[in-house]
Design a binder for this molecule. Structure first.
Ligand SMILES: *Cc1c(COP(=O)(O)O)cnc(C)c1O
Length: 361
């Protein structure tokens, strides 16, 4: 028997996530390493979420609530949007996959700024659609250039705001003008995985436009500011028409009961969220100042990670920092050959990162 594999599947490469700490330590024979590579919350999970998860373990013999009723009504209240406009996912990653599954066919075009979160490209190509890359302008998404690249075949546009890996944002006024110019049959996906960390008051909040735009999708996640990356839960906000379509292909129990319980409790943990945001902002200010003093070039961010220009091969800097037990991300895969991306950590982790970077450079 000979398998017939579609060519668009054969051309895919598996998405390469940041490696878990344990794996890196095993591979390199190091100990006490710190991971500042995947934009995770350094404080750990929300304590309220942990308590709720522990309690929920007692019911693991039961199937989860497939509708996610409790979490949906909490989100609905918090975000002031109807529960029918919310789709829960096994991470916001799953919402991206569902959108592609429901909306894209081979031959369709999808606009993806470049560089941005690498998963969009992978998912778009996995359903046979064609990515159209639009380069950033000085590390920012160029909304005018995106508009110019909309062809009659264009079905979807990905906008990551703040953009991973550059940390830049687009403004509410630019976004509003953009929305008016996009044809109504093109779905605009705004990924706001890091929106909680934004300090720029002009940053767009796409949620405000959902009720007026049937083709707009906002993605949010519990993986970053809420500290629950390992639990896998995120959501999309969209028109009820789109949400209903996604629910047709969503697997019946895509959210496990621990994730549902943990996320619902995390939403109530304002103290933890505030502590996280404060830690990130203070950490950023500290790192900026230290890098300024050392004369190392970096790019200010609206997120919990930022880029540093190491002025030499980023892969080499990454490897050498790794051997010192400090895990960052080389931006080579994002076509920034001389940049590394670092996530803000705890105070002592930030200090160790800075010391190690100075030593390696
Ligand atoms: C981390 C991240 C996410 C979150 O994905 P989850 O599946 O919710 O963990 C989404 N988008 C971007 C750009 C990210 O960096």
């Amino acid at each position: 028997m000979k398998l017939t594999i579609p060519p668009h599947i054969l051309s895919l490469k598996p998405y390469e996530p940041g490696k878990p700490l344990e794996e890196v330590e095993r591979e390199y024979g190091i100990k006490d390493s710190i991971k500042l590579a995947s934009n995770e919350n350094p404080l750990g999970p929300s304590p309220l979420a942990l308590k709720a998860i522990r309690e929920a373990t007692m019911s693991l013999n039961r199937y989860p609530d497939g509708s996610g009723h409790i979490l949906l009504s909490k989100l609905s209240q918090k975000l002031n949007i109807a529960a029918e406009n919310i789709v829960l996912g096994n991470g916001s990653d799953e919402i991206i996959a569902l959108l592609a599954l429901v909306l894209l066919q081979p031959g369709d075009q999808v606009i993806i700024p470049k560089p941005t979160f690498l998963l969009y490209d992978n998912i778009v190509r996995s359903v046979g659609a064609t990515p159209v890359y639009v380069p950033l302008n000085e590390l920012s998404i160029d909304l005018d250039a995106v508009l110019k690249n909309i062809s009659p075949e264009c079905r979807m546009i990905f906008l990551c705001n703040p953009n991973n890996p550059t940390g830049t944002v687009f403004s509410a006024s630019d976004f509003e003008r953009f929305l008016q110019a996009v044809p109504s049959d093109v779905v605009i996906v705004v990924d706001e995985a890091y929106i909680e960390f934004v300090r720029n008051p002009n940053c767009a909040n796409s949620l405000e436009f959902i009720s007026r735009n049937a083709a707009l999708v906002t993605l949010r996640t519990f993986s970053k500011a809420y500290g629950l990356a390992g639990l896998r839960i995120g959501y999309g906000l969209m028109s009820q028409t789109l949400a209903e379509l996604l629910n047709r292909v969503r697997l019946p129990f895509n959210l496990n009961s621990l994730a549902l319980a943990g996320a619902a409790a995390a939403l109530d943990d304002d103290a933890f969220l505030e502590k996280t945001i404060r830690l990130v902002h203070e950490g950023l200010d500290f790192m900026y100042e230290s890098l300024n003093r050392r004369g190392i070039e970096y790019f200010p961010t609206q997120s919990n990670f930022f880029l540093i220009d190491v002025k030499k091969d980023a892969q080499e800097v990454f490897q050498r920092m790794l051997s010192e037990g400090v895990i960052v991300r080389s931006m080579k895969a994002y076509s920034f050959t001389n940049y590394i991306r670092v996530t803000v950590g705890l105070e002592n982790e930030n200090e160790r990162f800075l010391k190690t970077l100075e030593k390696v450079l």
